[in-house]
Design a protein around this ligand. Sequence first.
Ligand code: GLP
Length: 233
Amino acid sequence: MKLIIDTAEKVAALAADRYTALLDQKPDAVLGLATGSTPLGLYAELVRRCKAGQISFGRVTTFNLDEYVGLDAAHDQSYRYFMNTNLFDQVDIRKDATHVPSGLDTSAAAASAYDEAIKAAGGIDIQLLGIGNNGHLGFNEPGTPFGSTTLVVELTDSTRQAYKRFFASLDQVPTHAVTMGLKTIMNARCIILMALGTAKAEIVKKMVSGDVTPLVPASVLQLHPNVEVYLDH
Ligand code: GLP
């Protein structure tokens, strides 16, 4: 794992440089994308560079990590809505080349079709990740087997509590989500994980130098040959 540590603003710019380099070299790259507050600085920088004509998403294909079960694209807490608002609607991407798991189709067939679509697109060049306070990647909560592919998962109480702030009350927070599995994530050719703020310090330490165990899903990244971790101090 390569660690890049600087201010939040600088690491967003450095991560954006990686995308700029990739898109220069491979304009039809396949990007794995993430939601959450952490990538907002990176997305803002990518939007700025696109508006300035420095990069184009015109030939890019994207696959998002996850989606809440039960929320449709119009729900302002759905991850499709988040991606449209914070990135897709502001850059020159073709909307039909953007993929977010459906929160409305929880069938096994839909889950395996998502993995198949990633393969058919040629696999993911860079998978962007945040990390949950309990070490989850996407919504792969502690205990998820490392061999998991896209699946429907039940959210832990700690995760639902953490996201309560975005909903009117705890019972409005979805109980399940669809997420790329850990194996789906590990199949990406390169992984960029971003984590900011003191609340993430402990779990980042476990991810980077703790035991490799499903109890800390992000520790699986120690087994990937090409991971860059962008952190603030
Ligand atoms: C949610 C998402 C994850 C994301 C995490 C971190 O749990 N499912 O994919 O990494 O949030 O969120 P934040 O960046 O807001 O801390």
